[in-house]
Design a protein around this ligand. Structure first.
Ligand code: FES
Ligand code: FE2
Length: 355
């Protein structure tokens, strides 16, 4: 039989598999956190749960950007509500324990004397933070490579296109749905579905001018696209879309840039968050491009939700991947298998607390 068998459907529905994926995949890779302009001023913070970890990124009064698990060392309250703001110190809303911008524990009001308790050993749990092209990335695990190594061929790929700070920020949007993150990524790395699922996009693309290839051991899948003259006004004549395993996707053109974070929210749930920048476009075209970008995510997720329902129903056992159209799906699924192989079921280890 020709073709390549797909991952078992249970891998898309099983909570134990997701727990292993969080430790073996999401903790060990970089995740897009959001635009750097959110945390530009001293004291600025942004808090959000990402891949199941409540996190906060804070710009210190010293100008250094730091990331922490959003958890108090006393009794695990969230230090920040979801959202953004500004702070001089980090004060827990539960019993008032206070930390500085570097995560050091400063005050434990009215706690009393506890023999052997050393505040210096109870700073916030740090998370790695780095910047690329106006975007903040975070990594949970110390074993992740530095961000530039992780990005691999991406900086080179984007060299001829404007960066986010060279464009004007427009807005962000969130799309949630009932599909496993892998169902969405299986879909993301193939162009087979484009003419069936994305009518407007198909009309905007020059027929035959989509070159899909993989780089960096299959962790990076690139769609190099030529747009038709009549469909190009929102994006420019050429553009690239790329997906970087496990959850970073972008659409880059002369006039627009969309960065997307794909993350699981339970074994059968997905959250996609996108941020968009534009330039050289009237406001109405920006609004149109933004609505179009949302429609594309919804089109993809709609298909994936139907796939997910059939994975859960249990009739479908395995499918076959086209050697012509779906080799990157096979590689994506192999990356998942490789990451989980030999990985014990355990939570991601936290780094030592701030000293
Ligand atoms: S949980 Fe933060 S001060 Fe008690
Ligand atoms: Fe799609």
């Amino acid at each position: 039989m020709t073709g390549i068998a797909t991952l078992p459907p249970e891998w898309y529905t099983d909570d134990a598999v997701l727990r292993r994926e969080r430790a073996a995949i999401f903790a060990k890779n970089w995740t897009l956190f959001g635009p750097a302009h959110d945390v530009a001023a001293p004291g600025a913070w942004r808090a959000e749960t990402v891949n199941g970890w409540p996190l906060v990124v804070v710009r210190g009064a010293d100008g250094v950007l730091r990331g922490f698990h959003n958890v108090c060392r006393h009794r695990a309250a969230a230090l920040f509500p979801p959202g953004a703001g500004s702070c001089n110190t980090i004060r827990c809303p539960y019993h008032g324990w206070t930390y500085d911008h570097a995560g050091h524990l400063l005050k434990t009001p009215n706690f009393g004397e506890l023999p052997g308790f050393d505040p210096a050993k109870h700073g916030l749990f740090p998370v790695r933070v780095d910047l690329w092209r106006g975007l903040v990335f975070v990594a949970i695990d110390e074993a992740a490579p530095d961000l530039l190594s992780w990005l691999g061929s991406i900086p080179d790929l984007c060299r001829d296109f404007p960066t986010a700070p060279e464009m004007e920020y427009f807005d962000s949007f969130v799309v949630t749905g009932s599909a496993n993150w892998k169902a969405y990524c299986d879909n993301t790395v193939e162009g087979y579905h484009l003419p069936f699922v994305h009518r407007r996009l198909t009309q905007a693309v020059e027929p035959g001018d989509v070159n899909i290839y993989a780089l960096d051991d299959g962790k990076l899948v690139v769609f190099d696209v030529g747009y038709r003259n009549d469909g190009s006004s929102l994006r420019g004549a050429r553009g690239i879309w790329f997906y970087r395993f496990p959850g970073f996707q972008t659409v880059i053109g002369e006039r627009g840039f969309k960065a997307e974070r794909i993350e699981p929210s339970g074994p059968g749930g997905l959250k996609s968050t996108s941020w968009a920048w534009y330039r050289d476009l009237p406001q109405s075209d920006r609004a149109d491009a933004f609505a179009w970008a949302q429609a594309i995510v919804r089109e993809d997720l709609g298909i994936c939700e139907a796939v997910q329902a059939n994975f859960a129903a249990g009739v479908y056992r395995t499918g076959f991947l086209s050697p012509k159209q779906e080799t990157h799906v096979a590689r994506f699924q192999a990356l998942v298998r490789e990451a989980l192989e030999g990985e014990a079921e355990r939570p991601a280890e936290l780094r030592a607390a701030a000293r």
